[in-house]
Design a protein around this ligand. Structure first.
Ligand code: FPP
Length: 261
C-alpha cells in the first residue's frame, strides 16, 4: 500500500484505540435494519486487526460494547451484539493465530451472559501464546466505572494497611486499571463524526492524539488506519511541554511594559 511506504518506521504508534461508531447509520443509509450495520462492522474489525498485525502494532483496543450500550439499547439489539461477538470469536480465532494476534478484554466482562464469557475465555486462551498485536476488546466497558473499580482496589490496600492515603500515586491507580498490561494509547480514532469520548479510556487518554473521521465504521479499512497513522506522524506531541523551536520566556529579561496585561 502506497501510504504504508510513506510512514516513518521510527515514529509508529504503539497503541491505537478506536471508538467504532456509525453501524446504525451505515445500515440506515441503505434502508437496512441496524443489525446489518453491526454485522458489517464486525467484518471491518477483522480488516483492522489484520492491518494492525501486518504493521507490527503492539496494542489495538476497540470499543465494542459500552456499559451504556448494555443498559440503554433495546434487548433485541443487545442480544444480537452478544450473538455477533460469539460468532466473531468462533470464526476468527484461527485467523488471529495465523496473524500472531492475541485477544484480551477490558470492562465488567463477568456481567456478560455466561455463554459469551465462555467463548471469550476460550478465544483468550487459544491465542494467549501469540506475540504480535494484542487486540483488546472493551466489552461492558465504562471509563468511569473502570476508575471506580481501580479506586476500590487501592482503598482495599489502604484498609489492609498496605499503603497510606498520602502515599498513593498515579502509578497505584494505573496498575489497578483494567489496562495495566499496556501503554497508554498514542492515537484515539473515532469514526462517524461525533466529537465525543463517550466514557472510553478516560484516564489513559490524558496525552493521546485524537482523530475523528466522518467515515462510518463498516466502511473503515486498513488504508484508513494507515492514513490516520500518517496524520499522527505529522503532529507534534508535547505532553504538556513546549513546541520545539520556541524558547521559554525568562520573565526577568522582559521590559516592564511587556508584563502589563
Ligand atoms: C456503534 O454503532 C457501534 C457499536 C454499538 C458497537 C460496535 C460493534 C461492532 C463493530 C460489531 C461487533 C463487534 C465485534 C468485536 C464482533 P451505532 O449502532 O452506535 O451506530 P449509530 O450511531 O450510527 O446508530
Amino acid at each position: 500500500m502506497e501510504v504504508y511506504r510513506r510512514l516513518d518506521p521510527e515514529r509508529m504508534p504503539r497503541h491505537v484505540a478506536i471508538i467504532m461508531d456509525g453501524n446504525g447509520r451505515w445500515a440506515g443509509k441503505r434502508g437496512l435494519k441496524r443489525f446489518f450495520g453491526h454485522k458489517n462492522g464486525a467484518e471491518a474489525v477483522q480488516f483492522i486487526v489484520e492491518t494492525s498485525s501486518r504493521i507490527g502494532l503492539p496494542w489495538l483496543t476497540l470499543y465494542a460494547f459500552s456499559l451504556e450500550n448494555n443498559l440503554k439499547r433495546p434487548r433485541a439489539e443487545v442480544n444480537f451484539l452478544m450473538m455477533l461477538l460469539r460468532s466473531y470469536l468462533t470464526n476468527n480465532v484461527q485467523r488471529m493465530n495465523d496473524n500472531n494476534v492475541r485477544i484480551r478484554y477490558v470492562g465488567r466482562t463477568t456481567d456478560l451472559p455466561k455463554e459469551v464469557c465462555e467463548r471469550m475465555q476460550w478465544a483468550e486462551e487459544s491465542t494467549a501464546k501469540n506475540t504480535g498485536t494484542t487486540l483488546t476488546l472493551a466489552l461492558n466497558y465504562g471509563g468511569r466505572s473502570e476508575i471506580v473499580d481501580a479506586v476500590r482496589r487501592v482503598a482495599a490496600d489502604v484498609a489492609a494497611g498496605k499503603v497510606r492515603p498520602e502515599d498513593i500515586t498515579e502509578a497505584d491507580i494505573d496498575r489497578n486499571l483494567y489496562t495495566s498490561y499496556m501503554a497508554d494509547p498514542d492515537l484515539l480514532i473515532r469514526t462517524s463524526g461525533e466529537m465525543r469520548i463517550s466514557n472510553f479510556l478516560l484516564w489513559q487518554i490524558a496525552y493521546t492524539e485524537i482523530m475523528v473521521t466522518d467515515r462510518l465504521w463498516p466502511d473503515y479499512r486498513g488504508v484508513h488506519l494507515l492514513e490516520a497513522i500518517e496524520e499522527y506522524q505529522r503532529r507534534e506531541r508535547r505532553f504538556g511541554g513546549l513546541n520545539t523551536g520556541t524558547e521559554s520566556d525568562d520573565v526577568k529579561s522582559l521590559p516592564d511594559r511587556e508584563l502589563v496585561l
